[in-house]
Design a binder for this molecule. Structure first.
Ligand SMILES: [Zn+2]
Length: 432
């Protein structure tokens, strides 16, 4: 705090706009030293303390600053780490067979009760405790509290939900079950416990979704037509909205290690060249979609093909087509790099009719569905090179990635001499 601040007696402050320092990156006017002294910051507002210190530093750097001149400085403030720090202290004594302490340790010198009194402010309101340190040093913004608030069936807030789960675990332990033996917990405050309301107790998708979180999956989202991202809006996977039965989407199934994808590097695509890939139905084969990496300015692109079979036998037609018919090609972007990388996925498009395409304007990718059956799809990837030229037309390239090359492209028909129209370059078939 500034040495001349007067705790408890805030003074009127014409140059000091305490209200403007709340948001991160906002700025306040800095005043010369005399004004800074007169403009005593209000006690207990951390921003005021920081601002007063800044004012003092400013005085050193700019001693001739006119008294009333105000300069704006950018302030930096982080998100509060946590307003409530619930903590469990576990005193441990390491003892060997003879009853002595383990080498280089000691038998406990304090009782559990005295440790508690050193930690919890509630048990020692007038002394210094860990709790009082948190309270005072954080200006009462981060409170350390005794874990385990009383729970009731009256409020149904998170403490209550945790209370029910604790009580249920106690009963299980008394019956000889060991909840600690279940590995897929996470480090959240509630061990990633999930509360599923009674309406969904017989809904497999609701439970599969929640277990997906325990296996490090984030949500499966999509961007609405209004341009708003909705983290649940991808219905092609279990991590989207409830409740139709279906498999994880292609990026998530890949994250889980459940499927293998063809991996293509963007730099391996020659501009104007079209590559064709066979994509087995993910509903029928573990060797399935495609992952396109190293796209400038974009997360990796995933392609997945789904049909009404296997784990998708009950999927809706918009996800997997109709029974016995062609499926649906889904295109996603996702920045997932490994099994434990909880990243949301974004569904970009679904292609269902032959010739339909999806383009990523930058860096100039066009994905086109060229064939679809109830077992696999044929898909092309094209890297845009610009408009067609005489040279591209003669070479049979598809510079504009419209799916046509050489004399088949209307743009080339205007460029090519009548008798010298080149046949389109045979496309390269790759992959499985
Ligand atoms: Zn969820």
């Amino acid at each position: 705090m500034h040495p001349e601040a007067t705790p408890g007696q805030p003074k009127p402050s014409p140059y000091f706009l305490a209200g403007s320092i709340q948001a991160s990156g906002s700025s306040i006017p800095v005043v010369a030293p005399k004004q800074a002294a007169a403009a005593a910051p209000q006690q207990g507002t951390s921003g005021a303390v920081a601002a007063a210190a800044v004012a003092g530093a400013g005085a050193v750097a700019a001693p001739r600053q006119p008294p009333l001149a105000a300069r704006r400085l950018k302030l930096s403030k982080n998100e509060l780490v946590s307003s409530s720090v619930t903590v469990m202290f576990i005193p441990i004594a390491g003892v060997i067979g003879s009853g002595a302490a383990c080498p280089s340790t000691a038998i406990p010198l304090s009782t559990v009760a005295s440790v508690k009194r050193a930690v919890f402010e509630e048990l020692r309101p007038r002394g210094v405790t860990v709790g009082s340190t948190f309270k005072r040093c954080s200006y009462n913004t981060s409170r350390l509290t005794i874990y385990g608030t009383a729970w009731t069936f009256d409020k149904c807030d998170f403490d209550d939900l945790t209370g029910y789960a604790d009580a249920a675990e106690e009963v299980l332990r008394r019956r000889g079950y060991n909840p600690d033996a279940y590995a897929h917990k996470c480090s959240g405050p509630d061990d990633c416990r999930v509360c599923i309301s009674a309406d969904f107790w017989t809904t497999p998708n609701a439970m599969a979704h929640e277990l997906g979180h325990n296996l490090f999956l984030a949500h499966a989202g999509a961007v609405s037509s209004a341009g708003v991202f909705d983290e649940y809006a991808d219905m092609s996977g279990i991590m989207g909205y409830c409740c139709s039965d279906r498999c994880p989407n292609t990026p998530h199934a890949w994250q889980l290690g459940w499927i293998t994808l063809q991996e293509v590097n963007w730099t391996s695509l020659v501009p104007g060249q079209t590559l064709t890939f066979n994509i087995n139905s993910q509903s029928l084969s573990r060797q399935t979609g495609l992952r396109l990496t190293d796209l400038p300015g974009s997360d990796p692109v995933f392609l997945g093909y789904r049909t009404r079979a296997g784990g998708d036998a009950s999927a809706t037609p918009d996800i997997a087509g109709y029974l016995g018919g062609p499926g649906r090609l889904h295109i996603y972007t996702a920045n997932i790099t490994n099994t434990w990388d909880s990243e949301e996925t974004t569904k970009q498009a679904t292609l269902e009719s032959i010739g339909q395409s999806w383009a990523l304007r930058l860096p100039g990718l066009v994905v086109r569905l060229v064939r679809a059956s109830n077992t696999a799809a044929l898909v092309t990837l094209c890297r845009r090179a610009g408009p067609e030229t005489l040279a591209s037309c003669q070479a049979g390239l598809d510079n504009d990635c419209n799916g046509k090359a050489g004399s088949q492209d209307a743009a080339c028909q205007l460029l090519l001499p009548r008798r010298a129209r080149a046949a389109p370059l045979k496309r390269t078939l790759r992959g499985l």
